[in-house]
Design a protein around this ligand. Sequence first.
Ligand SMILES: *[C@@H]1O[C@H](CO)[C@@H](O)[C@H](O)[C@H]1NC(C)=O
Ligand SMILES: *[C@@H]1O[C@H](CO)[C@@H](O)[C@H](O)[C@H]1NC(C)=O
Length: 369
Amino acid sequence: MESRGLLLVGIVVLGFAGFAASLPTGDTIREVTDDALSNGSVEQFAHALIGAEKRFESFMKDFGKVYHSVEEYEHRFGVFKSNLLKALKHQALDPTASHGVTMFSDLTEEEFTSKYLGLKRPSVLSSAPQAPPLPTEDLPPNFDWREKGAVGPVKDQGGCGSCWAFSTTGAVEGAHFLNSGKLVSLSEQQLVDCDHQCDREEADACDAGCNGGFMTNAYQYVEAAGGLELESDYPYEGRDGKCKFDSNKVAVKVSNFTNIPVDEDQVAAYLIKSGPLAIGINAEFMQTYIAGVSCPIFCNKRNLDHGVLLVGYAERGFAPARLAYKPYWIIKNSWGPNWGDNGYYKICRGHGECGLNTMVSAVSASVDA
Ligand SMILES: *[C@@H]1O[C@H](CO)[C@@H](O)[C@H](O)[C@H]1NC(C)=O
Ligand SMILES: *[C@@H]1O[C@H](CO)[C@@H](O)[C@H](O)[C@H]1NC(C)=O
């Protein structure tokens, strides 16, 4: 019922999407869109809010949300309504995916950004070498590391800005699989607790636990510390804590890492050569994403705020709203298996969408002898 309601509204909005699509480039679209939707959005989109309270109640039930006072309820309901409008706007700007109510629908943008993202631009950047170009003539049309056993189950960072740690462990787990044929689950909590070492003066200058971090800095930490422990030996808590790293329990070591060129064919070639790749992305459209191939008409390529794991790509993803097939990337996220497409995000390939090609790194692992 809920999705039918959104569908109806979606149809109204599609007219607007067509309008936006016929506009020129980038920033213009953003401006016009924001304007059109914010100015008089209450009138224009009032119908979006019909039945909002009923929808809010079922949202609370679906996601086990409990609010402890009337004030809190009213506040969250207000946020929920503005997120319904945001989902509408995203649907208009990203018609090949479905956007709507998700587990994040009662969070303000600030709460969502600080708790569920966590890619920060550190003041001190590790100096990863740039990888040389690879041949790209013979890339297979479809490729998926999940089918080859290099990708573990989707994990959940919880309300901690530790995406960067999950992106890092995902890449190291994959590199270890390529190296040993064995898939293990590695510890994000070790990174959250212990990876503060690149600047002795200012512990949070580089990676800062639940306050964000950066994947190549994390590789550097793992290399220096001597390796990563298993998830089972150093389990995830989702909050900052004291470092409990035990060098006797190292399961996987990192030997070297590189930055990958921005060309998306190079990214594909390195994905196949090096295993799943840690990437940065602008997560703007992910808060409301439900399914489909995300291909936003405008998504700021410079505002990278989320670390995720690129695991594959496919040639043809059917995009119902455009009645067309789109090639897409397959991205493993760290918001649990109930978010998005079973925990994954599909985003179209070949347009540098949301900056996904601008912060890509590969890592090599070695088994601890
Ligand atoms: C916003 O809406 C008001 C009332 O509908 C209208 O008078 C005004 O011109 C609009 N402003 C813009 C920038 O569209
Ligand atoms: C690490 O170094 C080895 C040997 O030089 C090289 O083959 C491999 O591609 C490198 N790995 C990465 C991720 O750069």
